[in-house]
Write a protein that binds this ligand. Sequence first.
Ligand SMILES: [Ca+2]
Length: 305
Amino acid sequence: MTSGNEVFGLRSRQTIERVWRGARRATWRATLQALGASTFCLAIFMALSSTLSCTPSPGASSGTVASAAGETSSSTPVVERQFEIVARYPHDPTAYTQGLLWWQGLVYESRGTYGGSGLSKFDLVSGSVIKSIDLPDDIFGEGLARVGETLIQLTWKQGAAYVYDIESLTRVSEFSYPGEGWGLTGGEDVLILSNGTPFLSFRDPQTFEERRLLRVNRNGLPQDGLNELELVDGVLYANVYMTDEIVGIDPESGEVIESIDLTGLLTDEERLRAEVLNGIAYVAERDTFLVTGKYWPALFEIRLL
Ligand SMILES: [Ca+2]
């Protein structure tokens, strides 16, 4: 009962040796091929170097290109933030939302369009309106911010910022400013105004005088379309016009540091009648955000993860 094993063992050794010899030949072939390829590449590289003077590419030297290939870049990486939906609430589908904020258990909303502009406060859960005022048909409402016991509402092209008593929504005074008004946020220390461009205007909450102009950059390029705003613990959140994205901006440097993709909040059927995502309000008590859009039938409470 040995022959079988011996034969098997002999054949096995022969097989192993054949494989080993084959592998060595293959390795040498691969090595020679690699050397040949390396030599060829080296020759090409030297030829190119002699004609291109080893000048770095503009992208590598400017630092404005995302560093997917490991290039050095001065731009700030943008963190993709995930979120969870905490709740869905009703929202007036006739409201062209331009400004949104939360204060002491109520939602405050500024509405736009010529003929449909106004200001209202309503209960979050039921959507029932506590108080609402309309603007004249030739005024187009825009961003909304709270300063103490007052609300400040921008207008699109009218150059006027209306100041209201937050309790009665009675207009108490008015500021003027040049250019368009889109989003507004801030508080007692500073107000920040967007106008659809990459530039944000930092203004004195008491006088509305401009203190600082900041250009917002993303991966080294200007971030256009900044719309509704919300300042939360040193991060400025902004709707990007015509998209389902909210960006988080460092208000000191102007760099976009966060991105939240809110695609899919509404159903396809709801989207047929709705316009773009717009409206961010921070609920400090629960560390959540309320988000909605123009003519949206719903308002969502979300938590960033
Ligand atoms: Ca807001």
